[in-house]
Design a protein around this ligand. Structure first.
Ligand code: CTP
Length: 424
């Protein structure tokens, strides 16, 4: 499928935040997606990253001055040319200027004169971001139709920790797609997605348990991708670190998080929330067996200890899907990945299975990267997503699922139309 960005003129206004260097990766990413990328660099941004970098990455001249003798496209101003204007990173200063109609440099003048959709990507020190003045300015811009991307939480360049970090590129890309395709909504826009995350824990006694190594990282990467594609996300999280939960909850305030511990808790939570969702995304590693719980701490003896484990319910197999909800399962395997994934797709009656390898050099467990296979109902060969950052692969997989759902919906529509035709 042709990239939605193909031939689109995207102007990135880079302002003087320490995150300015990240705009270089953004420019290169958008260029790879076949957009025509233009960059306007403020004076303070050019102290963090040079115009030469952006020129080399985009193949276009970089605008640094309001009155540049070498106007790069005669008679057409950048404001008119742009299909989209992004301010990334956006400092509190440029946000304040834009909110108050000040146009004293090329970035603020472009923001005032362009009628293209505009996306602001704030990145700054937490106190500056949370200052009511900045918040009010952002609200004012949102009321004027600017799209604002919430910054990420985490450690800041100044050493403190909080909200204000430049978000992941896929998050920005998701918003760009949303904005540019707002007239042709994606299959996921407005859909309610229920995602399970992490790994369940089965208690042996008050101090011991059986668990697994799932961190929830993959689920959060997918959750962000769904949000970027316009979906509304609820997460059932099993034993995910408090920090990861807080970071996610404070960035995506519209998302709901339900915390669970064991497989039975997760089953109850899924059954309760399934009826309200359009798509279930079973990313969690759910225990297949549980021990018989001892209310007293088991004391050691000289002999070996034998633990008897009983089966937990398979949540996916137990789901009564009478409706046309979409169900996505995962297959984490050490070997025969394709065969086992195909089996799960059929046995659990799933629409999609995402398979990954959990051993060897490209193991998906615990790390930041993974390679994925996407199996779709009725299609024998999987789509392959090579070893890359989990966030990047998550976004690419969700984009593909969205595309396949659109194809399916069109196919169904065509079949209905054909049937109606035969009737006549
Ligand atoms: N799953 C589930 N309920 C369980 C176990 C797994 O709903 N009790 C879901 C997982 O969330 C995942 C899919 O089933 O989406 C496959 O899980 P996986 O652990 O890979 O496989 P199992 O079906 O448990 O089979 P096996 O462990 O033998 O590979």
């Amino acid at each position: 499928m042709e990239s939605l960005l193909h031939g689109k003129h995207i102007t990135i206004c880079v302002t003087g935040s320490i995150a300015a260097y990240k705009a270089a990766s953004l420019a290169s990413f958008l260029k790879k997606k076949k957009a025509e990328v233009h960059v306007i660099l403020t004076k303070s941004a050019s102290r963090f990253v040079s115009a030469v970098t952006f020129k080399s990455l985009t193949g276009n001249p970089v605008i640094t001055k309001m009155f540049d003798a070498s106007s790069f496209i005669p008679h057409i101003s950048i404001a008119q040319l742009s299909d989209l204007v992004l301010v990334a990173p956006a400092t509190a200063n440029v946000i304040a200027k834009a909110a108050n109609g000040i146009a004293d440099d090329m970035v603020s003048a472009t923001l005032l004169s362009s009628t293209a959709p505009k996306i602001i990507v704030p990145a700054m020190n937490t106190a500056m971001y949370e200052n009511p003045i900045t918040q009010q300015n952002l609200k004012k811009l949102a009321d004027f139709g600017f799209e604002i991307i919430e910054p990420d939480c985490g450690e800041m360049a100044c050493g403190s920790s909080g909200k204000g970090r430049f978000p992941e590129i896929n998050q920005i890309y998701g918003k760009i797609i949303q904005v540019l395709s707002s007239k042709r909504t994606t299959a996921l826009s407005g859909k309610k997605v229920l995602i399970t995350a992490g790994g369940t824990i089965e208690d042996i006694d008050p101090v011991r348990f059986i668990g697994n190594r799932s961190s929830g990282r993959t689920a959060f990467a997918f959750a962000k991708a769904f949000i970027a594609m316009g979906a509304q996300v609820s997460i059932i999280a099993a034993n995910v670190s408090e920090r990861a939960l807080d970071d996610f909850a404070s960035t995506f305030t519209d998302s709901q998080i339900i915390k669970v511990r064991c497989a039975a808790d997760m089953e109850n939570a899924v059954n309760e929330h399934f009826k309200n969702c359009d798509l279930l995304f079973m990313c969690a590693a759910v225990a297949d067996y549980k021990p018989n719980y001892s209310t007293h701490k088991i004391k050691k003896a000289d002999d070996n200890l034998v633990l008897e484990l009983s089966r937990t319910n398979d949540i996916l197999c137990g789901i009564n899907n009478f409706t046309n909800k979409i169900i996505v399962g995962f297959a984490a395997e050490t070997d025969n990945v394709e065969e086992y994934a195909r089996r799960k797709l059929e046995k659990k009656n799933l629409d999609f299975v995402i398979a990954n390898k959990v051993c060897g050099e490209e193991s998906a467990i615990g790390g930041e990267k993974s390679s994925l296979l996407l199996f779709s109902k009725g299609r024998s060969e999987p789509f392959v997503f090579p070893y890359a950052a989990k966030t990047e692969n998550a976004f690419n997989v969700i984009e593909k699922i969205s595309e396949l759902l659109t194809e399916r919906a069109n196919g169904q529509f065509r079949r209905k139309a054909d049937a109606a035709h035969i009737h006549e």
